[in-house]
Design a protein around this ligand. Structure first.
Ligand SMILES: Cc1cc2nc3c(=O)[nH]c(=O)nc-3n(C[C@H](O)[C@H](O)[C@H](O)COP(=O)(O)OP(=O)(O)OC[C@H]3O[C@@H](n4cnc5c(N)ncnc54)[C@H](O)[C@@H]3O)c2cc1C
Length: 484
């Protein structure tokens, strides 16, 4: 019996025979996440049902020195849940219980396989909700959200996952079960909870999450404004923030994205407008009404050609359906696409967008844009046709766009993580010493390198990189940030 067969039997004893998948055809279901261009078939998939089972599963992998990768819904877009060949995928899909909603303390305790939307649905009876709202919220899990520090349209005002996670129960790579964080937002000692949030499944497997719930706002006002150019839509975003208004959300879609979304869901966006901007304000009715007027004036000052104001919740939901369907709708206008995720300072949005358009034209590839404009978080979608041999050109363009964001003073990722996709670009943003420090932190949790190896940090084997000389980040060169 080889090591994998031995581990398979051990895992069957822990979770029951039905909780271990080893048939090659069934394993293929788990061979990729939302970054479907990368595929690896794992040796085994295990589906534990409790924290204790996860701890036993991880301890068994550790004893056998076999790598493992945690997996939620597999909607990740950076290849974070890509399996390791000859390794184990730990699927958290059986752990889907909302264990507690505490309306007095505005918090909930949930298992990692609970979907993002299910938390708000469970809290809704108490007039509460969970704020971070990735567009994949109907299917993505809170465990995946924690691992990616996921964002969403309303993170402009309310912050990212890390601002809404009070505590975590997690299994360390040797199988030890720990609690990190606590009931209050401030706990003594280093913030290990904060370290695990956003670590892309490389430090621990999250088995319970204590989330903060917010009271639903008194009023929500939403509009959809058309613009003659994407640059004018972007200038409107900058103008609104400069005027001191912080909307709950500001999202831009360009003409290609609108075309795809309309073909999929028909939410009533204008088909021939070069850009549309969704703006949502929430809060007390008086304040919202006044700021909504200010926002409309700024739209007009930047040349809006049409403003559609949501008259009620149904129309508001329709506008959001159009925006949230945009990624998945790309299949309507292109057989294949890469979703990129970079951040630029808001003031450089227009420059970034025109450079991306020029790069697309030079590569003879179409690039659609849908993005969280208020955060400067771009999502260029590079469209290509695999059957016409365009994959490598599209991948190169997508990588170049991410690296452009760094050159403009931004970041390689806003919310989708680094994963497999951008590990090799990390040296563009971080010096050798920074990467070595990150590696030391990782090894403090996982000295044997078993927990989601090959993700986030570049390795010479994956990237063939030779550590180059130190390159200051543009913000460092400009004196905005400092290297300590
Ligand atoms: C149509 C579409 C729209 C999207 N919109 C957004 C958006 O608006 N904002 C946004 O931020 N993202 C968005 N995403 C990306 C994706 O949905 C998020 O990254 C999400 O958090 C992934 O959750 P998941 O359950 O699918 O995780 P998976 O894809 O299964 O895993 C993602 C990462 O988390 C790790 N992981 C999963 N569960 C655990 C766990 N319990 N413990 C430790 N590590 C774990 C995995 O190892 C992997 O590294 C979108 C994706 C799609 C397909």
């Amino acid at each position: 019996m080889n090591a994998i067969e031995h581990l398979r039997d051990t895992l069957r004893a822990i979770v029951g025979p039905a909780g271990v998948i080893s048939e090659p055809t069934e394993l293929r279901t788990y061979e990729c996440d939302g970054l479907a261009g990368y595929r690896v078939t794992p040796a085994l998939v295990v589906l534990p049902s409790s924290s204790a089972e996860v701890a036993e599963v991880v301890a068994a992998c550790h004893r056998a020195q076999i790598p493992f990768v945690a997996r939620g819904a597999g909607t990740g877009l950076s290849g974070g849940a890509l399996p390791v060949a000859d390794g184990v995928v730990v699927s958290l899909q059986r752990m889907r219980a909302v264990l507690e909603v505490d309306p007095t303390n505005h918090r909930a305790v949930v298992e990692p396989g609970v979907t993002n939307l299910a938390i708000s649905q469970a809290a809704s009876a108490y007039d509460l909700y969970y704020a971070p709202d990735p567009s994949s919220q109907q299917v993505c899990t809170i465990g995946g959200n924690v691992a990616e520090n996921s964002g969403g349209a309303h993170c402009l005002k309310y912050g990212f996952t890390t601002h809404h996670v009070l505590a975590l129960e997690a299994v360390l790579p040797d199988g030890t079960l720990v609690w990190l964080g606590g009931d209050s937002p401030e706990v003594a000692g280093p913030d290990l909870r904060g370290l695990v949030v956003g670590s892309e499944g490389t430090l621990a497997v999250v088995t319970k999450v204590v989330v903060r719930l917010l009271r639903k706002p008194e009023t929500v006002r939403t509009l959809l404004a058309d613009f003659p150019s994407i640059e004018q839509a972007a200038d409107t975003v900058t103008g609104i923030i400069a005027a001191g208004v912080v909307p709950a959300a500001m999202e831009i879609m360009d003409q290609l994205a609108i075309e795809a979304s309309e073909a999929a869901v028909g939410a009533g966006y204008t088909l021939d407008t070069p850009a549309a901007l969704v703006i949502e304000l929430d809060g007390p009715a008086d304040e919202c009404g006044e700021l909504f007027e200010t926002v409309q004036k700024i739209c007009h000052a930047n040349g809006t050609t049409k403003i559609r104001i949501a008259a009620d919740d149904t129309e508001r939901a329709r506008i959001w359906t159009g925006r949230k369907a945009a990624f998945a709708a790309m299949g309507r206008i292109s057989p294949n696409y890469f979703v990129q995720d970079g951040v630029v300072p808001r003031t450089r949005l227009t420059e970034a967008l025109s450079t991306i358009a020029a790069m697309g034209a030079e590569a003879s590839l179409r690039v659609a844009n849908v993005f969280h404009a208020g955060d400067g978080n771009l999502h260029p979608l590079v469209l290509y046709d695999e059957s016409r041999g365009e994959h490598d050109r599209a991948e190169k363009l997508s990588k170049a766009i991410a690296e452009l964001c760094v050159d403009l003073g931004g970041s390689l990722s806003g919310e989708h993580g680094i994963g497999t996709d951008k590990a090799c670009s990390m040296p563009v943003m971080f010096g050798k010493e920074d990467l070595a420090t990150m590696d030391r932190v990782r090894r403090a949790f996982d000295p044997d390198g078993l927990c989601n190896p090959g993700k986030v940090l570049p390795t010479p084997r994956l990237c063939g990189e030779k550590p180059g000389p130190y390159r200051p980040h543009p913000l460092e060169a400009a004196g905005v940030i400092e290297r300590l």
